[in-house]
Design a protein around this ligand. Structure first.
Ligand code: FPP
Ligand code: MG
Length: 294
């Protein structure tokens, strides 16, 4: 029996879901599922029980997301920092992950699980990958840009989250998707994660809808600025080339146009080559990891 597809929304939930769906909907929602241990204390149950109920709440929340037409969900399941917890708790969480996650992921093509993850680690890894590309002669130092860094992150196949939700009343990101959420709607809710309800999710989506146009405007103007900066870098490169060829930097507009087109095409070619090499490197790494742990 599936954990996700079983059960539908109640009539009143379906009614409200349809009203909410008339507005702009987030396509990608990220969750920091916080408050499992406080919930366990509050209910006077074992800590592991709090985590287990937290996991069940994740399965239920994914079902709501599916019903609301949310196409992608990313969750912070275990941060690198969480390894500092007691051995007993870490082992318990690992057991839970082993028992439950593989099945959940088999059912869910729209779920990304960040496990043993921190955003600063992800970003510094992306910077190291670009440095490796330059070292290997696959990239020019001038190819390093925000848009290339985007492509080196683990999330390169996903759009940035539109909405990030953290439960339990903590108002910080705890090193989760720092790069990817710069234009996301951040919603902090006081409910403990195992108590999260359909109505909490609706409230977060309503907050996203209330801020939608400001978020879109900020995202569009950032993308525009990024394009402008790239164009400025390309123009500077062409000016330098023209000077090397003995042309006055402002002269010969036909030559300038040709150089600009060639510079853009060559950069694109280098970047594609680098990304392919990176993909091979990652596949090799995972294959070796699987051989070691088999
Ligand atoms: C935060 O609550 C939650 C976690 C560290 C684990 C989050 C993961 C799940 C709920 C899904 C199941 C996950 C696994 C790994 C199987 P907390 O422990 O920080 O509780 P507190 O904030 O009340 O102390
Ligand atoms: Mg916590």
């Amino acid at each position: 029996m599936s954990w996700i597809r079983e059960g539908e929304l109640t009539i009143i939930e379906r009614f409200c879901a349809n009203i909410i769906k008339a507005g702009p909907m987030p396509k990608h929602v990220a969750f920091i599922m916080d408050g499992n241990r406080r919930y366990a204390r509050k209910c006077q149950v074992e800590r592991q029980q709090g985590h287990s109920q937290g996991f069940d709440k994740l399965a239920q929340t994914l079902r709501w997301c599916l019903n609301l037409g949310i196409r992608e969900v990313t969750v912070y399941a275990f941060s690198i920092e969480n390894f500092k917890r007691s051995k007993e708790e870490v082992d318990g969480l690992m057991d839970l992950a082993r028992q439950k996650f593989s099945r959940l992921l088999e059912e869910q093509c729209f779920l990304n699980v960040c496990f043993a993850y921190t955003s600063r680690h992800e970003i510094s890894n992306a910077v190291r990958e670009m440095a490796w590309g330059v070292e290997q002669g696959l990239l020019e130092p001038s190819d390093v840009s925000e848009s290339l860094l985007d492509k080196c992150l683990y999330t390169n196949n996903s759009p940035d989250p539109d909405l990030l939700i953290r439960t339990s009343g903590e108002v910080r990101l705890s090193d989760f998707l720092l790069w990817q959420t710069s234009h996301s709607c951040l919603v902090f809710q006081s409910v403990l994660w195992p108590e999260y309800s359909f109505w909490n999710l609706c409230e977060a989506i309503l907050r996203f809808q209330m801020n939608y146009s400001a978020l879109q405007k900020a995202r569009d103007s950032y993308m525009e600025e990024r394009r402008r900066q790239q164009m400025e870098r390309d123009q500077a490169y062409v000016t330098k080339k023209l000077q090397q060829e003995g042309f006055a930097s402002h002269g010969d507009s036909q030559r300038r146009r040709t150089l600009l087109q060639r510079c853009t095409a060559m950069r694109e070619e280098r970047i594609q080559g680098f990304l392919q090499a990176l993909e091979h490197k990652r596949v090799d790494f995972f294959e070796r990891l699987c051989t070691v742990s088999a």
